[in-house]
Design a binder for this molecule. Structure first.
Ligand SMILES: Cc1cc2nc3c(=O)[nH]c(=O)nc-3n(C[C@H](O)[C@H](O)[C@H](O)COP(=O)(O)OP(=O)(O)OC[C@H]3O[C@@H](n4cnc5c(N)ncnc54)[C@H](O)[C@@H]3O)c2cc1C
Length: 416
């Protein structure tokens, strides 16, 4: 009998297994994948996510893989250019890193095993074991092997958007919203533009950043109704988007960029939150909460809320309070802490700025201090209630002498 079984051992599951094993609990973590293993996901990690990784003692191991630091970020939205980095502070990792998932996930799997969690790779969970309405275990097998059953006080689904655990318990969805875009990405030689996140000149975006092995990731997004047309010639489509968003980068991509891996195309899942706990079960990572990859928050959130869940499960298992209460707090806190980032991911993934965001970002670009705050917001280290605060925005508009008719201080259209 285990204290906790974790299904899925990537960026949500392995940290949870590691943290609980470090606290001395008996943990089993299974994944149908065998590591190192890739997954369809780009891999930008925000500073707040890197801070969590550092607190676990795993940042140095990541840096030892040679993943390059990024200390200047370049964002644009049709004619609005924001360049810089968050204000430095001794408590915050002073760079952004974008490691390949083959690299990152493997470090996390190993860390969970080193902490004492029992790890089974290549194990597919086919169903949960119930006692009445309480989940008490999992059933599954390694490949075509014999079916095995394991029991635990708590089963956690860290098994991604298509979560077997969520389906088995019938976890309801709330705050859902359809995905806006499709994504295509691949890896390139000869692309040395640092970190770019460029949106506009039509409903489209390209992003790129350096990653492991001297390669750069280049990703493009457009609205879903253009997916069929795009897939007929993705190389031409990528070139067209970069040309239209920034002709200078278009020339550089054509002249020196060389794609060295296959494309990863994806109509990614809708945005949602799921009921993330019940008798004997919980959900973490994308299994419980998924948002558009436009803002690159999935890994950071998996770390942050994996830590939150580990702390609260500890309270439940140690008897400090009831597991039900602890898990209810997990979901409440996760939803409250992620509310602003969730809303922003949904709004910005429309690929066209609303008048509100247009005014806020346009004014931001006119002020060096507010631009630094923007990068703090993006990194998860500057409070959204301050960056988007009505008083703060009014002061910004005044300071940069912004046209009065465009001074949006709230999303409902109110102007200062
Ligand atoms: C195209 C795209 C780009 C993205 N870009 C970024 C980015 O730049 N930055 C960022 O932070 N986030 C990004 N994200 C989001 C990020 O990928 C996810 O938020 C993150 O991978 C979620 O991690 P997870 O551990 O919850 O689930 P997953 O990474 O989905 O892992 C789930 C694991 O569960 C296992 N599993 C599933 N079912 C079973 C079963 N029945 N039995 C056993 N094992 C099972 C799977 O094998 C898998 O290993 C992107 C997502 C997409 C789709």
């Amino acid at each position: 009998m285990y204290d906790v079984i974790v299904v899925g051992t990537r960026v949500a599951g392995s940290p949870l297994a590691m943290l609980l094993a470090r606290k001395g609990y008996k943990v089993l973590a299974v994944d149908r994948a065998s590591f190192p293993s890739d997954t369809p996901s780009t891999h930008y990690i925000h500073q707040s996510g890197l801070n969590v990784l550092k607190s676990w003692g795993l940042l140095d191991e990541l840096l030892a893989t040679g993943v390059p630091p990024i200390r200047r970020l370049n964002f644009s939205y049709t004619g609005i250019v924001l360049q810089g980095f968050a204000k430095s502070s001794p408590d915050v990792v002073d760079a952004v890193y974008c490691p390949r998932r083959t690299v990152l996930d493997n470090i996390l799997v190993k860390a969970a095993g080193n902490a004492g969690a029992e790890m089974i790779q290549g194990f597919t969970v086919s169903e949960l074991v119930f006692d009445g309405d309480r989940v008490v275990g999992i059933r599954g097998a390694v490949g075509d092997g014999a079916e095995q059953e394991f029991r635990a006080k708590l089963v956690v689904g860290a098994d991604g958007a298509n979560s077997t655990v969520a389906k088995a318990v019938g976890a309801g969805v709330y705050d859902a919203s359809p995905a806006g875009c499709f994504i295509y990405y691949s890896y390139y030689e000869g692309v040395d533009w640092g970190m770019q996140h460029r949106t506009g000149f039509g409903e489209q975006q390209f992003a790129s950043w350096p990653t492991n092995d001297g390669l750069a990731l280049v990703a493009v997004m457009r609205k879903r109704d253009r997916f069929r047309e795009f897939r007929t010639d993705p190389d031409a489509g990528v070139q067209e988007i970069v040309d239209q968003v920034d002709p200078e980068f278009g020339v550089r991509l054509r002249d020196t960029g060389k794609r060295v891996e296959q494309f990863r195309p994806m109509l990614y899942p809708d945005n949602y939150r799921r009921q993330s706990y019940g008798p004997g079960w919980a959900l973490v990572g994308d299994a419980g909460y998924h948002k558009d990859p436009f803002t690159g928050w999935g890994i950071t959130d998996a770390f942050k809320y994996g830590q939150l869940l580990a702390d609260l499960v500890d309270e439940g298992l140690s008897g400090a309070r009831s597991m039900d209460e602890a898990l209810a707090e997990y979901q409440r806190e996760r939803d409250a802490q992620s509310a602003s980032a969730y809303e922003m991911a949904l709004d910005l993934s429309e690929l066209v700025l609303t008048p509100y965001y247009d005014s806020v970002f346009r004014a931001t670009a006119l002020d060096a201090e507010y631009t630094t705050n923007f990068f703090g917001l993006i990194g998860g280290i500057y409070p959204p209630e301050k960056y988007f605060g009505e008083q703060e925005l009014s002061a910004l508009y005044e300071k940069v002498n912004f046209p009065v008719a465009d001074r949006h201080v709230s999303k409902d259209g109110v102007t200062a």
